[in-house]
Design a protein around this ligand. Structure first.
Ligand code: ADP
Ligand code: MG
Length: 238
């Protein structure tokens, strides 16, 4: 087991290179008559420590934007840089490793593993990167507390509500202190008070760990927590 694995990357201060950069990204999905332009020439830069919110109606391309930024989907055109690397220049294996190391992803529907307890979900990322240290364990415990889930630490996903799963998914993404954090509709299953807690936690973690955070949402009540708000319409960013 290697040393303290959860030390955040050194802050690069102002004028730093962006943690995330999309250049002229177009994404087309489906084929033939069903072909849809989900993203249309999107250019976007997010700096370390910046909390960006992207709003837009259903079908405007919000989840597609995160999928491309997170290396889960390869754009039809354009480039994506994450933490200094051009994702399209990496082999599949190196892209997966780069993603695990630098990107935290919060899926709208949590995507938890059915067989693991809430606490185990948080230990898994460290385990997968071979960095399951005592520090990783205490960070997992801390984050479970931060999302108000300590009392559910031993429950599996089928024993949790949708909102509880969403909060575990958020804690899991934060546990490795990623340089880039991508968050899809984090408040869709939460009541107002929980939504506020979650978005405050996102803002606080973004600053404390100089993460570049992109949150996509159609919840306009939480936008005040962001440093910058952009909007998506038919795959175009404005
Ligand atoms: P949002 O997250 O804002 O609701 P999405 O990024 O999920 O939007 O979708 C953007 C557009 O791409 C929509 O028109 C949607 O119907 C379409 N789309 C999403 N996934 C696919 C797919 N696998 N095949 C074809 N079209 C898709
Ligand atoms: Mg979506």
């Amino acid at each position: 087991m290697t040393g303290p694995a959860l030390t955040p990357a050194p802050s690069s201060g102002t004028g730093a290179s962006p943690a995330l950069r999309l250049t002229d990204v177009t994404l087309q999905l489906g084929s033939g008559e069903q072909r849809v332009t989900a993203l249309d020439q999107v250019t976007l830069t997010v700096s370390p420590g910046e909390f960006l919110a992207v709003t837009g109606p259903s079908g405007s391309g919000k989840s597609s934007l995160l999928a491309v930024a997170g290396g889960l989907q390869t754009p039809t055109q354009g480039t994506v840089h994450v933490a200094g690397a051009d994702l399209s220049g990496l082999s599949e294996r190196r892209r997966t490793a780069h993603r695990r190391r630098h990107i935290g992803y919060v899926f709208q529907h949590a995507n938890l593993l059915a067989s693991l307890t809430a606490l185990e979900q948080l230990l898994l990322p460290a385990h997968l990167s071979g960095r399951l240290s005592a520090a990783a364990r205490s960070r997992a415990t801390e984050l479970l507390e931060a999302v108000g889930m300590t009392h559910r630490a031993d429950r599996r996903p089928d024993q949790l509500s949708g909102g509880e799963r969403q909060r575990v998914g958020l804690a899991r993404a934060l546990v490795m202190a990623p340089e880039v954090l991508l968050v899809d509709e984090p408040t869709s299953a939460l009541d107002r008070a929980r939504a506020r807690d979650v978005v405050n936690l996102l803002a606080e973690q973004t600053r404390a760990r100089t993460t570049a955070t992109v949150m996509v949402t159609h919840d306009t009540e939480i936008l005040d927590a962001a440093d910058r708000v952009l909007s998506l319409r038919d795959g175009r960013l404005t």
